[in-house]
Design a protein around this ligand. Structure first.
Ligand code: AMP
Length: 121
């Protein structure tokens, strides 16, 4: 895959600091492997980010470092969405700045609660 810009210094990583409790997060789920917290600027009535505790800059890097973790993120996304009554949802991994990634710690967007069309632009 093409080179993806990374911010792999965990001390400067916003989501590492949220996971560590140094910055407040509105958590909806936590376990030993991952956390889920509400997006601070929601793009839908339900907008949660599911992130592994281990810092990696993007989803493919997490998959390479820990082959089961991406599936675990998807399972957690399903659990947290259904817990709030959303059986239909959209999952997004932004990878790289040109794709809209702004926080370089792997996270899965879980969006629900509004009618979403077929477009991605
Ligand atoms: P991305 O653009 O894919 O890297 O997604 C980063 C997401 O993190 C954006 O949707 C932001 O709104 C969200 N975000 C930024 N800061 C915080 C924060 N302190 N707590 C929760 N979500 C945040």
């Amino acid at each position: 895959m093409p080179e993806v810009s990374t911010d792999s210094d965990t001390a400067d990583c916003l989501f590492c600091r949220i996971i560590a409790g140094e910055i407040p997060g509105d958590f909806v789920h936590q376990d030993q492997r991952l956390v889920a917290f509400r997006d601070i600027a929601p793009k839908a009535p339900f907008h949660v980010l599911v992130a592994p505790r281990e810092h990696q800059p993007h989803a493919a890097a997490s998959a390479a470092a820990d082959p089961t973790i991406v599936g675990e993120l998807v399972t957690a996304a399903d659990v947290v969405a259904r817990a709030e009554g959303y059986d239909d949802y959209r999952l997004i991994f932004n990878t790289g700045a040109d794709a809209g990634q702004t926080v370089f710690h792997t996270h899965l967007h879980v969006l629900a609660g509004k009618l979403m069309g077929e477009g991605f632009a």
